[in-house]
Each structure stands twice: as structure tokens, then as C-alpha cells.
Write a protein that binds this ligand. Structure first.
Ligand SMILES: C[S@@+](CC[C@H](N)C(=O)[O-])C[C@H]1O[C@@H](n2cnc3c(N)ncnc32)[C@H](O)[C@@H]1O
Ligand code: SF4
Ligand code: SF4
Length: 396
């Protein structure tokens, strides 16, 4: 049976069994940036050794996970990131779907080539705004050269993920216009507080969700999201964090999600009985803005109401797999962009196209976070994080 068929079949089985489908594996809490809204980094944190990560991948695979997110902190700070991607892809008969969630500042042509070769399926690049601010350093101006590199070389899917905040929503329409030539996929995260609760409110945010198409997995979450942003978090749902979805911290313990501890059991000791015990309603469900957990929970817990979305996800997956262009040797041609961006192969390479980022060129050096008043944000310690940065807003 083909890998594609195995992936679909296994995903279908997960609807009925008590095994996890999706795992987020944190490789380090170290980060090269200090986003004002983020609670998931610690400057000076260690990088988890490759051998330890391999044991965790094996444990997750034997539990049954088939979709993996590699993240941090910043996962590109892991010196063996390519080997880690290769290892996840080599596990479970090559069925696993692997996404790397990154700020992209550390991307190089060699790294993209390595990730192509390792079989990465998707890179989710987090970009929040056009020009960097202290609270939102992940800006188009900072990473445009990296996006151009991805457009030219990446054989994996590229998604641009934006956290909707008081600052970012203002520039979002222009942001999308500027990125239009890239033909990447786009999606939002709703700003959440340190407990996972939605931290933005108002019709202006709901309007952004109305105006811009989201990735398929968020379609059914959109109705809940809109209600939450308009102040009504009461629509019932069941969080499957700790059951169908697992979050593994750098110390190896598992949580319900990035914000709520829950299980607290080392992943290598986790049993299916532990997972079944986590299949309960959580007190933090009302107002929860963790899109990833909600997507998995809705798809696995309410398969009928999310059927059209699931079919759309499957169609997209199959289209991507079946349009991949194998070379004469049977592997994908290294010079071809990902099939979803094949149209870009026509015309000048992305890197040579003109982008109208006002009068400035697009050659900002992403390795050097822009400095403000002589202070490099990348050098700020986690202790110096603003307790109430401009990018974060409490729900009143
Ligand atoms: C914790 S980061 C780790 C990976 C990488 N450093 C990055 O920024 O993409 C994973 C994702 O969580 C998002 N994120 C972090 N804090 C958030 C918050 N308070 N609300 C919503 N999304 C948040 C980031 O923007 C990013 O897309
Ligand atoms: S880049 Fe920003 S969002 Fe990602 S881990 Fe670092 S501080 Fe958090
Ligand atoms: S409802 Fe689930 S995903 Fe949301 S904050 Fe609670 S444990 Fe985390």
C-alpha cells in the first residue's frame, strides 16, 4: 500500500481508537528573538540532544502519532534539525507528516536543501507584520530574503502564519498584498494569554477572519473564533489535548497543550491508559484560542460536523503528493519548487522579483534582529520580557 493510502487509513483509524494523531515536539526553549506575546521561550535554555529526541520520536510513533510539528523556542537553533526531520520521516514506514514551525531567521540555502532531502512536508513560517516593532520582531522586512529563498528552493509546502494582535491586524490587508507574488499559503493564530484564552476582542478582528480565507483546518473553528472575539466563549466543544494531541516539552514531559500542563508524564513512559484518562472535558475549554489543538479536537471528536473540512484537507494532501514531480532517479527534482507553487517556475526567479516594500530594498539581514535604541532584542533575557507588551491584550 502507498504511503499516502497508509496515512489516510491510519488517520481514519484514529477516529475510533484511543491513540494520538498529532504531536508537537519542542526541541529547545532557546530562541533568537523575544516576541512580546510569547510564553514559550527561555534565553539560555539548552538544546535537547539528538539521541534523546530520537527516543521521544520512537515513543510517539509507538503510541501512534502520524502528524508531527517540530518547534521551540526556535527549532532552527538545533544543530541537528535536518537529522531530526529525516528521523521522523524514516519512522512509521515513511507515513508521518512533518511540519517545522519557525521564525525563519536562521534559514540558509544549504539548510533548505537539507530539509528538502530529509523529506520535510511543510514549513510554517511565523510572520506577524510588515515592519518590526519591539513586540513583533517577526516582520516581512526581516525575513523577505528568506521567503524568496524558500520560493526558489523549497520542495515542501510553505505556510505563512500570523498572530492576530492589536498591532498586526492593522497592517494585515497590506501584508497580504505584499506577499501575493509568493503564492504561499496563509493562516492566522488568535492571540492567546498564558492560559490559552483568547486575548483579542472586537469586530475588527472578526472582520479579518471574514475577509481572508483561512487554511482548511480552521474553517469550522472560525465560527467559534468569531463568537469568542465578540465576547461569547460559551459554544461547547471537547478538548482532546493529552489524548489525540500531545505537546512534548524539552524535558520530555507531556502536556495537554503548550499552555496547560495536564498529563505531566514523560513521553517515554506514557501509556494508552494515560491517554484515555485525558479524554475528558477541561475547565479551560471556554475561550480557548489554541487553534492547533482545537483543529485536531474538532476533526477527531466531531468527524461528521467537520467532514467537509476533512475531505478538503485530504484532497489537498493528495493533490500535493500526486503532483510532486519525480526526477529520472525517482526522487523529486531538487530544482523544482513545491507543486503548490509550480506556477512560479514561470517568469523570473522569486529572488529576482521586485517587491514593493516602500523605498527600501528587501535585503535586511535576518540574522541580525533589528535593534531599537541600541538594544538588540535577540539579546534580551526572558526575565526582561515586558509583562504587558504592546502585542498582548488581556480579555476584559
Ligand atoms: C512558540 S512559536 C515556536 C516556533 C518559532 N519560534 C516561531 O515563532 O514560529 C510557535 C507559534 O506560536 C505562536 N505564538 C507564540 N505565542 C503566541 C500567543 N501568545 N498567541 C498566539 N500565538 C502565539 C508563534 O507566533 C508561532 O507561530
Ligand atoms: S520566535 Fe517569537 S514566538 Fe517563536 S519562540 Fe521565539 S519568542 Fe516565541
Ligand atoms: S482547552 Fe485544551 S488546548 Fe485549550 S488551553 Fe485548555 S488544555 Fe489547552
Amino acid at each position: 500500500m502507498s504511503r499516502k493510502a497508509w496515512f489516510i487509513l491510519t488517520g481514519f483509524k484514529r477516529l475510533f481508537d484511543s491513540r494520538p494523531v498529532h504531536a508537537q515536539l519542542v526541541l529547545t526553549y532557546e530562541c533568537n528573538l523575544s516576541c512580546g506575546y510569547c510564553h514559550e521561550f527561555t534565553h539560555g535554555a539548552p538544546v535537547t540532544p539528538y539521541e534523546v529526541i530520537v527516543r521521544r520520536i520512537d515513543a510517539l510513533a509507538s503510541l501512534g502519532a502520524i502528524a508531527y510539528d517540530l518547534l521551540g523556542g526556535e527549532p532552527l537553533l538545533h544543530p541537528r534539525i535536518v537529522d531530526i526531520v529525516r528521523r521522523v520521516k524514516a519512522t512509521n514506514r515513511g507515513v508521518n507528516f512533518v511540519t517545522l514551525i519557525t521564525n525563519a531567521f536562521k534559514l540558509t540555502p544549504e539548510l533548505i536543501d537539507g530539509l528538502n532531502d530529509a523529506g520535510l512536508d511543510c514549513m510554517q513560517v511565523s510572520v506577524d507584520t510588515i515592519d518590526p516593532t519591539v513586540a513583533l520582531p517577526k516582520s516581512l522586512r526581516s525575513v523577505l530574503p528568506k521567503l524568496a529563498l524558500l520560493a526558489e528552493r523549497a520542495q515542501f509546502q510553505v505556510k505563512i502564519q500570523t498572530v492576530l494582535t492589536d498591532e498586526s491586524w492593522r497592517h494585515y490587508p497590506q501584508f497580504r498584498e505584499l506577499l501575493a507574488p509568493f503564492d504561499f499559503e496563509f493562516s492566522f493564530s488568535l492571540l492567546h494569554d498564558e492560559h490559552g484564552r483568547v486575548a483579542i476582542q472586537g469586530t475588527r478582528f472578526a472582520e479579518i477572519l471574514e475577509q481572508h480565507e483561512l487554511f482548511p483546518g480552521l474553517k469550522f473553528f472560525r465560527r467559534h473564533a468569531k463568537e469568542m472575539m465578540l465576547g461569547n466563549p460559551t459554544r461547547p466543544w471537547k478538548c482532546l489535548g493529552g489524548f489525540k494531541y500531545l505537546y512534548v516539552k524539552p524535558d520530555g514531559t507531556t502536556q495537554y497543550c503548550s499552555q496547560v500542563p495536564g498529563l505531566r508524564i514523560p513521553v517515554e513512559q506514557l501509556t494508552l491508559a494515560d491517554l484515555r484518562r485525558a479524554n475528558v472535558h477541561k475547565p479551560c475549554e471556554p475561550g480557548c484560542a489554541l487553534g492547533c489543538v482545537r483543529t485536531v479536537s474538532h476533526a477527531m471528536g466531531s468527524p461528521l460536523s467537520t467532514l467537509s473540512t476533512s475531505i478538503e484537507i485530504l484532497r489537498d494532501y493528495m493533490r500535493r503528493r500526486s503532483t510532486a514531480a519525480p526526477s529520472a532517479s525517482g526522487s523529486v527534482d531538487e530544482r523544482q519548487p513545491h507543486p503548490s507553487r509550480r506556477s512560479q517556475a514561470k517568469g523570473p526567479p522569486q529572488g529576482e522579483r521586485k517587491f514593493s516594500l516602500d523605498n527600501n530594498n528587501a535585503t535586511a539581514r535576518p540574522e541580525e534582529p533589528p535593534s531599537f535604541g541600541g538594544v538588540s532584542k535577540g539579546a534580551r533575557s526572558s526575565e526582561s520580557r515586558s509583562p504587558d507588551p504592546a502585542g498582548r491584550r488581556a480579555v476584559s
